[in-house]
Design a protein around this ligand. Structure first.
Ligand SMILES: CC(C)[C@H](C(=O)O)[C@@H](O)C(=O)O
Ligand code: SF4
Length: 468
């Protein structure tokens, strides 16, 4: 009898080319995604006169610096230069580039799955921490640093130490108004921002099986914010239905053949995980962050925490975070006025996220300004076909082109110092959305609720009587 295997074991052995004496593995990379930030790696390659080993497996995307207003010349020459550098490198090495005006452009972690570049069983790397997103398809996907990007470009392989396996099982039915974002922030709040350090997280349980691919991507995306190296969900019929017919997905006879292989990509029932965590979906409430780390999150009906009541190790960080965020301990989180909102990013900028926000905003006005940036040009087109753009615009929000935008502000979409932003993104670090900016992370529906009320608010009462 063979020892039972986890999904991680299976994916790892499918890609292991060689094992080093120190226990690290040399892994074959099936897809390598690059964005503007990969310029250091291309420069290293140029220094040594090396070609890209597998240009057909390397895909370049303009996202971090993509202006969200695409008309007229680019205002900032530094931004234009970053994009031009990527263009130059893509042309030099013969890479497929998803450029600004490409109908398939978007955030790298939205484009990969959408194009069928991300497939079950593949190993995917990108010089970007949220590469964990692609694990939602049962792929082995993780972010790598600049030196490693150069290594992958030159060899199409990567040295990695196999992580431990952590299974997070979420059983039960998610209540209305509660989404994958709430599951993720819930476990991160419980285990901590380094809670899953050194681990690959496999998400399991009925609540995960019932999530759409968009929801699973949100979960895997946020894995990194809980310290995990990668996130994954075993592929199933939901995965296959999403994948079918995508431009780079297998077609015809090939499709049938891969399906049989993909169905084996799961953990054995008796597989041993290094750690196991269980959550009950019914007990998860809409959650918002109050601090400057994703672990500093609480249900919307909670009070701003009092650092005095926290364990000493957390109290100091909480005090500093509350000071930065301008929040008073003991006051209700709900009702805190916000200055603006942002809906978008690789965490929650997909069609389903826009639908969830639009369901709250339809026929209502936003009390604060805000930006809605779809995760890709395809998501934008789909949303416009469904009339979601009109709902956002009629509410008073700005509907702009796709890119990382206000998630990180590299393209110039910034939150001003001292301003409070309700955001569907994944990082609330100091200055993340701009120097001195105050970020509250939450689901797209909760961001919409903040827009409608002008404060941090529970979305659930706003959903009463609405078709979801
Ligand atoms: C700029 C980029 C390398 C970075 C990342 O690695 O994640 C960014 O995408 C982020 O979300 O902070
Ligand atoms: S949308 Fe935000 S989190 Fe995602 S890749 Fe861009 S900057 Fe990083």
């Amino acid at each position: 009898m063979n020892a039972p295997l986890t999904l991680l074991d299976r994916l790892w052995s499918l890609h292991e080319v060689h094992q080093g004496e120190d226990g690290t593995s040399l892994l074959w990379v099936d897809r390598h995604l690059v964005h503007e930030g990969s310029h250091h790696a291309f420069a290293k390659l140029a220094e040594r006169g090396l070609p890209v080993a597998e240009p057909g497996l390397t895909f370049a995307v303009v996202d971090h610096y993509a202006p969200t207003r695409r008309t007229g010349p680019m205002a900032d020459p530094a931004i234009a230069r970053m994009i031009d550098t990527l263009r130059g490198n893509a042309t030099r090495h013969g890479l497929r580039l998803f450029d600004l005006e490409d109908p398939d452009q978007g955030i790298v972690h939205v484009v990969g799955p959408e194009q069928g570049l991300t497939l079950p069983g593949l190993l995917i790397t990108c010089g970007d921490s949220h590469t964990s997103t692609h694990g939602a398809f049962g792929a082995l996907a993780f972010g790598i640093g600049a030196t490693e990007v150069a290594h992958v470009l030159a060899t199409q392989t990567i040295w990695q130490r196999k992580p431990q396996a952590l299974r997070i099982t979420v059983d039960g039915d998610l209540p209305p108004g509660v989404s994958a974002k709430d599951i993720a922030l819930n476990w991160i709040a419980r285990l901590g921002a380094d809670g899953a350090q050194g681990h690959a997280v496999e998400y399991a349980g009925s609540a995960v099986r019932n999530l759409s691919m968009e929801g699973r991507m949100t979960l895997c995306n946020l894995t990194i914010e809980g310290g995990g190296r990668m996130g994954m969900v075993a592929p199933d019929d939901t995965t296959f239905a999403y994948m079918r017919g995508r431009p780079h997905a297998p077609h015809g006879d090939d499709w049938q053949r891969v399906l049989d292989n993909w169905r084996n990509l799961a953990s054995d029932a008796d597989a041993r995980f290094d750690r196991d965590v269980a959550l009950s979906a019914e007990q998860i409430a809409p959650i918002v962050t109050w601090g400057t780390s994703p672990e500093q999150a609480l249900p919307i009906d909670a009070l701003v925490p009092d650092p005095e009541g926290l364990p000493p190790a957390k109290a100091q960080a909480a005090r500093a975070a509350l000071d930065y965020m301008g929040l008073v301990p003991g006051r209700p989180l709900a009702g805190t006025p916000v200055d603006q909102i942002f809906i978008g990013s690789c965490t929650n900028g997909r069609i389903e996220d826009l639908r969830a926000a639009a369901a709250v905003l339809a026929g209502r006005k936003a009390r604060v300004p805000g930006l809605v940036s779809p995760g890709s040009a395809r998501v934008k087109a789909q949303a416009e076909q469904e009339g979601l753009d009109r709902i956002f615009v009629e509410a008073g929000l700005e509907w702009v082109a796709s890119g990382c935008s206000m998630c990180v502000g590299m393209n110039g979409d910034l939150v001003e110092a001292g301003k409070r932003c309700a955001s569907s993104t994944n990082r609330n670090f100091r200055g993340r959305q701009g120097k001195g900016a105050r970020t509250h992370l939450m689901s797209p529906a909760m961001v919409a609720a903040a827009a409608v009320t002008g404060t941090l608010s529970d979305v659930r009462p706003l959903l009463k009587g609405r078709a979801l």
